[in-house]
Design a binder for this molecule. Structure first.
Ligand code: SAM
Length: 289
Protein backbone atom coordinates (compact mmCIF):
# COMPACT_ATOMS: atom_id res chain seq x y z
CA UNK A 1 0.00 0.00 0.00
CA UNK A 2 1.57 3.24 -1.15
CA UNK A 3 0.96 5.62 1.74
CA UNK A 4 3.08 7.91 3.89
CA UNK A 5 4.71 5.10 5.85
CA UNK A 6 6.19 3.63 2.67
CA UNK A 7 6.96 6.95 0.97
CA UNK A 8 10.57 6.83 2.10
CA UNK A 9 11.04 3.70 -0.02
CA UNK A 10 9.36 5.03 -3.16
CA UNK A 11 11.97 6.26 -5.62
CA UNK A 12 12.01 9.83 -6.89
CA UNK A 13 10.74 9.59 -10.44
CA UNK A 14 11.72 12.25 -12.95
CA UNK A 15 9.91 12.54 -16.28
CA UNK A 16 12.02 14.10 -19.00
CA UNK A 17 9.94 16.77 -20.72
CA UNK A 18 10.57 15.91 -24.36
CA UNK A 19 8.91 19.16 -25.44
CA UNK A 20 12.05 20.93 -24.21
CA UNK A 21 14.88 18.41 -24.15
CA UNK A 22 15.72 14.73 -24.63
CA UNK A 23 16.64 11.88 -22.30
CA UNK A 24 20.32 11.77 -23.35
CA UNK A 25 20.83 15.48 -22.65
CA UNK A 26 19.23 15.20 -19.22
CA UNK A 27 21.40 12.19 -18.37
CA UNK A 28 24.50 14.15 -19.41
CA UNK A 29 23.39 17.12 -17.32
CA UNK A 30 23.00 14.99 -14.20
CA UNK A 31 26.35 13.32 -14.84
CA UNK A 32 27.93 16.78 -14.93
CA UNK A 33 26.28 17.45 -11.56
CA UNK A 34 28.10 14.46 -10.07
CA UNK A 35 25.39 11.78 -10.44
CA UNK A 36 26.34 8.30 -11.67
CA UNK A 37 24.11 6.89 -14.41
CA UNK A 38 23.62 3.13 -14.02
CA UNK A 39 21.75 2.50 -17.31
CA UNK A 40 18.31 1.00 -17.78
CA UNK A 41 16.87 -0.81 -14.77
CA UNK A 42 16.29 -4.52 -15.16
CA UNK A 43 14.07 -5.12 -12.13
CA UNK A 44 11.80 -3.27 -9.74
CA UNK A 45 14.09 -4.44 -6.92
CA UNK A 46 16.93 -2.46 -8.47
CA UNK A 47 14.84 0.72 -8.24
CA UNK A 48 14.08 0.17 -4.56
CA UNK A 49 17.72 -0.30 -3.56
CA UNK A 50 19.07 2.82 -5.29
CA UNK A 51 21.12 5.04 -3.02
CA UNK A 52 23.50 7.99 -3.04
CA UNK A 53 23.97 10.10 -6.17
CA UNK A 54 22.97 7.36 -8.59
CA UNK A 55 20.15 7.09 -11.09
CA UNK A 56 18.62 4.72 -13.61
CA UNK A 57 16.34 4.73 -16.62
CA UNK A 58 12.98 3.17 -15.73
CA UNK A 59 12.42 -0.34 -17.01
CA UNK A 60 8.99 0.43 -18.53
CA UNK A 61 8.69 4.10 -19.44
CA UNK A 62 11.27 5.43 -21.90
CA UNK A 63 11.33 9.01 -20.63
CA UNK A 64 11.39 8.30 -16.92
CA UNK A 65 14.52 8.52 -14.78
CA UNK A 66 14.67 7.03 -11.30
CA UNK A 67 16.61 8.49 -8.37
CA UNK A 68 16.87 7.43 -4.71
CA UNK A 69 13.75 8.34 -2.74
CA UNK A 70 15.32 11.16 -0.73
CA UNK A 71 16.60 13.04 -3.78
CA UNK A 72 15.22 16.59 -3.80
CA UNK A 73 15.33 18.22 -7.22
CA UNK A 74 12.91 21.10 -6.62
CA UNK A 75 15.74 23.66 -6.86
CA UNK A 76 17.44 21.97 -9.78
CA UNK A 77 17.70 24.15 -12.88
CA UNK A 78 16.22 21.40 -15.04
CA UNK A 79 13.10 21.42 -12.86
CA UNK A 80 12.69 25.17 -12.52
CA UNK A 81 13.08 25.56 -16.30
CA UNK A 82 10.49 22.87 -17.09
CA UNK A 83 12.97 20.46 -18.68
CA UNK A 84 12.08 17.77 -16.17
CA UNK A 85 8.79 17.10 -14.37
CA UNK A 86 8.75 15.52 -10.91
CA UNK A 87 6.01 12.99 -11.52
CA UNK A 88 5.54 9.58 -9.93
CA UNK A 89 5.52 6.56 -12.21
CA UNK A 90 1.88 5.76 -11.46
CA UNK A 91 0.96 9.25 -12.62
CA UNK A 92 2.88 8.74 -15.88
CA UNK A 93 1.03 5.56 -16.82
CA UNK A 94 -2.35 7.03 -17.93
CA UNK A 95 -1.01 9.27 -20.72
CA UNK A 96 1.51 6.59 -21.74
CA UNK A 97 -1.20 3.96 -21.99
CA UNK A 98 -3.59 6.30 -23.78
CA UNK A 99 -0.82 6.78 -26.34
CA UNK A 100 -2.44 9.15 -28.85
CA UNK A 101 -0.45 9.62 -32.06
CA UNK A 102 0.77 13.11 -32.94
CA UNK A 103 -2.04 15.12 -34.52
CA UNK A 104 -4.81 13.48 -32.47
CA UNK A 105 -7.58 15.38 -30.73
CA UNK A 106 -7.59 14.49 -27.03
CA UNK A 107 -9.66 15.45 -24.00
CA UNK A 108 -8.18 15.59 -20.52
CA UNK A 109 -11.45 15.72 -18.59
CA UNK A 110 -10.23 16.40 -15.01
CA UNK A 111 -6.92 17.96 -15.81
CA UNK A 112 -5.56 20.19 -13.05
CA UNK A 113 -2.83 20.66 -11.97
CA UNK A 114 -1.86 19.29 -15.34
CA UNK A 115 1.03 16.83 -15.09
CA UNK A 116 -0.82 14.31 -17.21
CA UNK A 117 -1.84 17.03 -19.67
CA UNK A 118 1.76 18.08 -20.19
CA UNK A 119 2.70 14.42 -20.61
CA UNK A 120 -0.03 14.08 -23.25
CA UNK A 121 1.31 17.17 -25.02
CA UNK A 122 4.78 15.62 -25.01
CA UNK A 123 3.44 12.36 -26.48
CA UNK A 124 1.60 14.40 -29.14
CA UNK A 125 4.81 16.41 -29.72
CA UNK A 126 2.56 19.49 -29.40
CA UNK A 127 0.85 18.40 -32.62
CA UNK A 128 -2.90 18.00 -32.49
CA UNK A 129 -5.32 19.43 -30.00
CA UNK A 130 -5.84 18.92 -26.30
CA UNK A 131 -9.04 20.09 -24.66
CA UNK A 132 -8.32 20.21 -20.92
CA UNK A 133 -11.10 20.79 -18.40
CA UNK A 134 -11.16 21.36 -14.68
CA UNK A 135 -13.92 22.69 -12.50
CA UNK A 136 -11.69 24.35 -9.91
CA UNK A 137 -10.57 27.91 -10.81
CA UNK A 138 -7.52 27.94 -8.49
CA UNK A 139 -6.26 24.65 -9.86
CA UNK A 140 -6.82 25.88 -13.40
CA UNK A 141 -4.69 28.94 -12.68
CA UNK A 142 -1.87 26.76 -11.30
CA UNK A 143 -2.18 24.52 -14.30
CA UNK A 144 -1.85 27.44 -16.68
CA UNK A 145 1.51 28.29 -15.09
CA UNK A 146 2.70 24.66 -15.21
CA UNK A 147 1.73 24.19 -18.86
CA UNK A 148 3.50 27.40 -19.87
CA UNK A 149 6.63 26.34 -18.01
CA UNK A 150 6.50 22.94 -19.71
CA UNK A 151 6.28 24.53 -23.17
CA UNK A 152 2.83 23.10 -23.94
CA UNK A 153 1.05 24.58 -26.93
CA UNK A 154 -2.12 23.40 -28.67
CA UNK A 155 -3.98 22.96 -25.41
CA UNK A 156 -7.29 24.69 -24.73
CA UNK A 157 -7.60 24.92 -20.96
CA UNK A 158 -11.17 25.52 -19.83
CA UNK A 159 -12.54 26.01 -16.34
CA UNK A 160 -15.75 24.03 -16.66
CA UNK A 161 -17.55 21.08 -15.14
CA UNK A 162 -16.82 18.32 -17.66
CA UNK A 163 -20.31 16.94 -17.10
CA UNK A 164 -21.68 20.07 -18.79
CA UNK A 165 -19.48 19.74 -21.89
CA UNK A 166 -21.64 18.79 -24.87
CA UNK A 167 -20.25 15.71 -26.65
CA UNK A 168 -22.19 16.68 -29.81
CA UNK A 169 -20.47 20.06 -30.08
CA UNK A 170 -18.71 19.95 -33.49
CA UNK A 171 -15.57 21.18 -31.72
CA UNK A 172 -15.16 17.70 -30.27
CA UNK A 173 -16.10 15.72 -33.37
CA UNK A 174 -12.50 14.58 -33.87
CA UNK A 175 -11.80 13.64 -30.26
CA UNK A 176 -10.51 10.06 -30.40
CA UNK A 177 -8.80 9.81 -27.00
CA UNK A 178 -9.92 10.77 -23.50
CA UNK A 179 -7.96 10.73 -20.29
CA UNK A 180 -10.26 10.64 -17.28
CA UNK A 181 -8.57 11.11 -13.92
CA UNK A 182 -11.45 12.22 -11.68
CA UNK A 183 -11.49 13.24 -8.03
CA UNK A 184 -11.21 10.21 -5.78
CA UNK A 185 -10.47 9.26 -2.17
CA UNK A 186 -6.72 9.51 -2.81
CA UNK A 187 -6.19 6.42 -0.69
CA UNK A 188 -3.28 5.25 -2.86
CA UNK A 189 -1.33 8.48 -2.85
CA UNK A 190 2.28 8.61 -1.76
CA UNK A 191 2.65 11.51 0.64
CA UNK A 192 6.19 12.67 0.95
CA UNK A 193 5.55 14.89 3.94
CA UNK A 194 4.05 14.02 7.32
CA UNK A 195 0.46 12.87 7.13
CA UNK A 196 -1.91 10.21 8.29
CA UNK A 197 -4.08 8.05 6.16
CA UNK A 198 -7.75 8.43 6.98
CA UNK A 199 -9.93 5.69 5.57
CA UNK A 200 -12.91 7.09 3.66
CA UNK A 201 -16.34 6.20 5.05
CA UNK A 202 -18.64 3.88 3.12
CA UNK A 203 -20.89 6.88 2.35
CA UNK A 204 -18.01 8.89 0.94
CA UNK A 205 -16.88 5.99 -1.21
CA UNK A 206 -20.40 5.56 -2.51
CA UNK A 207 -20.70 9.26 -3.34
CA UNK A 208 -17.34 9.25 -5.11
CA UNK A 209 -18.19 6.12 -7.06
CA UNK A 210 -21.51 7.65 -8.14
CA UNK A 211 -19.70 10.72 -9.48
CA UNK A 212 -17.02 8.58 -11.13
CA UNK A 213 -19.66 6.46 -12.91
CA UNK A 214 -21.47 9.55 -14.16
CA UNK A 215 -18.36 11.24 -15.48
CA UNK A 216 -17.07 8.01 -17.10
CA UNK A 217 -20.44 7.51 -18.78
CA UNK A 218 -20.34 11.07 -20.04
CA UNK A 219 -16.82 10.66 -21.41
CA UNK A 220 -17.82 7.53 -23.30
CA UNK A 221 -20.52 9.45 -25.16
CA UNK A 222 -18.10 11.43 -27.35
CA UNK A 223 -18.94 10.27 -30.87
CA UNK A 224 -15.46 9.66 -32.35
CA UNK A 225 -13.90 8.17 -29.22
CA UNK A 226 -11.57 5.20 -29.78
CA UNK A 227 -9.71 4.87 -26.50
CA UNK A 228 -10.23 6.09 -22.96
CA UNK A 229 -8.01 5.67 -19.93
CA UNK A 230 -9.73 5.88 -16.55
CA UNK A 231 -7.36 6.37 -13.63
CA UNK A 232 -7.62 7.15 -9.94
CA UNK A 233 -5.23 7.52 -7.00
CA UNK A 234 -7.45 5.18 -5.01
CA UNK A 235 -6.84 1.65 -3.84
CA UNK A 236 -10.54 1.01 -3.33
CA UNK A 237 -12.22 -1.43 -5.65
CA UNK A 238 -15.43 0.67 -5.37
CA UNK A 239 -13.70 3.54 -7.21
CA UNK A 240 -11.83 1.38 -9.71
CA UNK A 241 -12.90 -2.04 -10.98
CA UNK A 242 -16.49 -1.59 -9.77
CA UNK A 243 -16.89 1.74 -11.57
CA UNK A 244 -15.46 0.37 -14.82
CA UNK A 245 -17.54 -2.78 -14.60
CA UNK A 246 -20.79 -0.92 -13.88
CA UNK A 247 -20.28 1.52 -16.75
CA UNK A 248 -19.16 -1.15 -19.22
CA UNK A 249 -22.31 -3.06 -18.41
CA UNK A 250 -24.41 -0.05 -19.35
CA UNK A 251 -22.60 0.24 -22.66
CA UNK A 252 -23.12 -3.41 -23.53
CA UNK A 253 -21.02 -4.47 -26.50
CA UNK A 254 -19.87 -0.97 -27.38
CA UNK A 255 -16.84 -0.96 -25.10
CA UNK A 256 -14.49 -3.45 -23.52
CA UNK A 257 -11.50 -3.08 -21.24
CA UNK A 258 -7.91 -3.83 -22.21
CA UNK A 259 -5.49 -5.57 -19.84
CA UNK A 260 -3.07 -2.64 -19.89
CA UNK A 261 -0.43 -4.11 -17.60
CA UNK A 262 -0.31 -7.48 -19.32
CA UNK A 263 -0.26 -6.02 -22.81
CA UNK A 264 2.11 -3.20 -21.97
CA UNK A 265 1.23 -1.23 -25.11
CA UNK A 266 3.61 1.26 -26.62
CA UNK A 267 2.38 4.81 -27.14
CA UNK A 268 0.23 5.04 -30.26
CA UNK A 269 -0.41 1.33 -30.38
CA UNK A 270 -4.11 0.62 -30.75
CA UNK A 271 -6.22 -2.49 -30.86
CA UNK A 272 -7.66 -3.79 -34.09
CA UNK A 273 -9.40 -0.80 -35.65
CA UNK A 274 -11.57 -3.13 -37.73
CA UNK A 275 -13.15 -4.65 -34.66
CA UNK A 276 -13.93 -1.25 -33.22
CA UNK A 277 -15.46 0.02 -36.45
CA UNK A 278 -17.61 -3.05 -36.83
CA UNK A 279 -19.02 -2.62 -33.35
CA UNK A 280 -19.63 1.06 -33.95
CA UNK A 281 -21.68 0.34 -37.07
CA UNK A 282 -23.67 -2.32 -35.29
CA UNK A 283 -24.40 -0.22 -32.25
CA UNK A 284 -24.78 3.15 -34.00
CA UNK A 285 -22.84 4.24 -30.95
CA UNK A 286 -19.31 5.17 -30.21
CA UNK A 287 -16.80 2.51 -29.53
CA UNK A 288 -14.00 2.22 -27.10
CA UNK A 289 -11.33 -0.41 -26.99
N1 SAM B 1 -5.13 14.79 -13.88
C1 SAM B 1 -4.58 15.70 -12.90
C2 SAM B 1 -3.07 15.64 -12.97
O1 SAM B 1 -2.52 14.61 -13.34
O2 SAM B 1 -2.42 16.65 -12.67
C3 SAM B 1 -5.10 15.40 -11.50
C4 SAM B 1 -6.61 15.44 -11.42
S1 SAM B 1 -7.26 15.36 -9.79
C5 SAM B 1 -7.12 13.69 -9.40
C6 SAM B 1 -8.96 15.53 -10.09
C7 SAM B 1 -9.38 16.88 -10.65
O3 SAM B 1 -10.71 16.78 -11.08
C8 SAM B 1 -9.35 18.01 -9.64
O4 SAM B 1 -8.49 19.02 -10.10
C9 SAM B 1 -10.79 18.52 -9.60
O5 SAM B 1 -10.87 19.92 -9.50
C10 SAM B 1 -11.29 18.05 -10.94
N2 SAM B 1 -12.76 17.85 -11.05
C11 SAM B 1 -13.61 17.33 -10.14
N3 SAM B 1 -14.85 17.27 -10.64
C12 SAM B 1 -14.80 17.76 -11.91
C13 SAM B 1 -15.75 17.94 -12.94
N4 SAM B 1 -17.03 17.64 -12.75
N5 SAM B 1 -15.33 18.45 -14.11
C14 SAM B 1 -14.03 18.78 -14.30
N6 SAM B 1 -13.08 18.63 -13.35
C15 SAM B 1 -13.45 18.11 -12.18
Amino acid sequence: KAVSTTASRVPRYVRVNTLKTCVDDVIDFFKCQGYAYLGKATSVEELKTLSGKKFLLDLHLPELLVFPSQTDLHDNLLYTSGHIILQDKASCLPAFLLGPVAGSHVIDACAAPGNKTSHLAAILKNKGQIFAFDVDPKRVATMNTLLTRAGVTGCQLVQQDFLTVDPRDPKYSRVTHILLDPSCSGSGMVTRGPGEEVAPSAERLQALAGFQCRILNHALSFPALQRLVYSTCSLHREENEDVVQAVLQEWGLAFSSLPAAAKNPQPGEGTEPGAATKKRKKKKQRVKE
